[in-house]
Design a binder for this molecule. Structure first.
Ligand SMILES: Cc1cc2nc3c(=O)[nH]c(=O)nc-3n(C[C@H](O)[C@H](O)[C@H](O)COP(=O)(O)OP(=O)(O)OC[C@H]3O[C@@H](n4cnc5c(N)ncnc54)[C@H](O)[C@@H]3O)c2cc1C
Length: 472
């Protein structure tokens, strides 16, 4: 982008003397040509001009190589990358793994994710489409059926293809991917983040550093962001083959004693292939330790269901999702978090794909503004956070986050499974859907109070106790 060129010219004007005097080798011209030439040539010729990367960085610590450097290639990092590059920003993506694929990107999404990703429902990027979702108790068989008139369409993404698509779009716009690149910390100067250190002593400098490096983000930690109400949901997933007589149109969510505070899911990919997963939140150490390991719960499910009894486990993935809502602050001078790192996940169901896409698109729009004005000050980066917090999705995340925090506290002193059983037995699908999506209005709560007073009292007392403990 021309902005970077402008910056490079002015920074080289300043670095002429410093460079030659600090390193004592090379000439201004050799470095200037390298810096002002195309980005690839610049990187490729540092060695030839006998200047190391750190010579140049030392000469002018504010030298920027990129408009944006992004840590992580989950859905948040990939969407931010394709959108930043698509807007003409010089974009570098650092990923600690060796490729963008073969990871758990998240699978069940609605139409909104497809719109944000700009793919069609019947395209190769969609693994399956569901017409019905069933919530069921593994212990009693009580169930609730939510059809598409309530939920809208639900799709199973083909994760690898979606990841490749976003990567290829970013590459086509000139973004650079570096794999096996583990970000260690941000680099700061004058209270502003100016890039990252990765692997042993490598550095990448940029106007905006984006931490899309997941729930245990190094960017977040080293830039000093905090999350006092961090509540994590742990997930584990098998991809199964050789299943039998699976109805590919129906996805299942299960609760039960073995599952704990969370749910087990079965998302068919076809009549013979399913994704079987489990996600749970620890409410207290003791309760967590009482639970069967997640892998064993999945294996028990496989054994006790004829469809999966003889299935073969084709792959295993796991991950951790924040589920207590947005962190108090996720932007600062020169840096922004995106996705799990910022708590941008719809908390009750642990849905992060749509929210990551949405956040990445918005962040890229602001990254472009920052580059155009060459303004990465705290105030400028904060504009992204401000706009983000004003969106409906952010509002849902905050609402469901509070709900999840309360449920987790509730379950320290009560039995969440029996509460879930009551919900499955008595609540209608529409109300349940509203509660899960965080869109329930006053009428819903009034209906709940009048029609389900005993259950509300039961959950409500636990909720109040939770509030008392947590200071919510
Ligand atoms: C079992 C499970 C099932 C799920 N199912 C769904 C679902 O059905 N629907 C849905 O919407 N959501 C689902 N989610 C949630 C969704 O997957 C996440 O919210 C989403 O992946 C978050 O994306 P992200 O890009 O923020 O982080 P991540 O997907 O965690 O990606 C982070 C990336 O950063 C890289 N990285 C980490 N540290 C570093 C470092 N130091 N240096 C460089 N790179 C680094 C990682 O390798 C990774 O590629 C599920 C999650 C789990 C665990």
């Amino acid at each position: 982008m021309h902005c970077r060129l402008r910056f490079s010219i002015s920074s080289m004007t300043h670095t002429n003397e410093e460079t030659t005097s600090s390193s004592g080798v090379g000439t201004f011209e050799s470095i200037a040509i390298n810096l002002l030439d195309s980005r690839n040539r610049y990187r490729g010729t540092i060695g030839k001009s006998q200047h190391t990367h750190s010579d140049i960085m030392e000469a002018n610590p504010m030298t920027r190589e990129f408009d944006t450097v992004i840590a992580g290639t989950g859905p948040a990092g990939l969407m931010t990358a394709e959108q930043c590059a698509g807007r003409g920003l010089d974009t570098l993506i650092l990923e600690k793994r060796k490729d963008v694929t073969s990871s758990l990107m998240g699978e069940l999404v609605t139409d909104k994710a497809l719109r944000l990703l700009r793919v069609k429902p019947n395209s190769e990027y969609i693994g399956n489409k569901f017409t019905q979702i069933v919530g069921e108790s593994l212990d009693t068989g009580a169930n609730i059926v939510v059809d598409r008139t309530l939920l809208g369409n639900s799709y199973l993404l083909d994760e690898d293809r979606c990841q490749e698509l976003m990567r290829d779009r970013a590459l086509a716009h000139g973004a650079e991917f570096r794999y096996n690149a583990r970000v260690k910390s941000v680099v700061q100067k004058d209270n502003q983040v100016i890039g990252v250190k990765y692997n042993h002593d490598e550095e990448a400098r940029a106007g905006l550093t984006v931490g899309a490096d997941g729930s245990f983000s190094r960017v977040s930690k080293t830039a000093g962001f905090t999350h006092p109400k961090w509540l994590l949901s742990y997930g584990y997933r098998f991809k199964l083959e050789n299943c039998k007589n699976v109805d590919p149109d129906v996805a299942y969510f299960y609760v039960g004693e073995d599952v704990g505070l969370g749910y087990l899911w079965l998302y068919p990919r076809s009549e013979t292939e399913v994704n079987l997963g489990i996600g749970r939140v620890p409410s207290s150490k003791d309760k967590w330790e009482e639970l069967k390991p997640m892998r064993d719960v999945l294996k028990k499910y496989m054994k006790t269901h004829p469809e999966t009894k003889n299935a073969k486990i084709a792959s295993v993935n796991g991950g951790v999702v924040p589920c207590a809502g947005l962190i108090p602050r996720f932007t600062d001078a020169g840096v922004s978090l995106c996705g799990n790192a910022a708590g941008q996940v719809s908390s009750i169901v642990g849905g992060g794909v749509t929210t990551c896409f949405h956040a990445g698109i918005l962040l890229a729009k602001h990254a472009k503004r920052m580059a155009e004005h060459d303004d990465y000050s705290e105030k400028s980066v904060r504009k992204y956070e401000k706009e983000y917090r004003g969106t409906k999705l952010a509002n849902n995340i905050v609402n469901t986050g509070k709900g999840m925090w309360a449920v987790s506290k509730f379950s320290m002193h009560n039995d969440p499974i029996s509460a879930a059983e009551i919900v499955l037995d008595e609540l209608d699908a529409r109300t349940l859907n509203e509660l899960i999506q965080g869109t329930a209005g006053i009428n819903t709560y009034l209906t709940l109070v009048s029609e389900f007073l005993p259950m509300v009292m039961n959950i409500g007392l636990g909720y109040l106790r939770a509030i008392a403990i947590s200071g919510l």
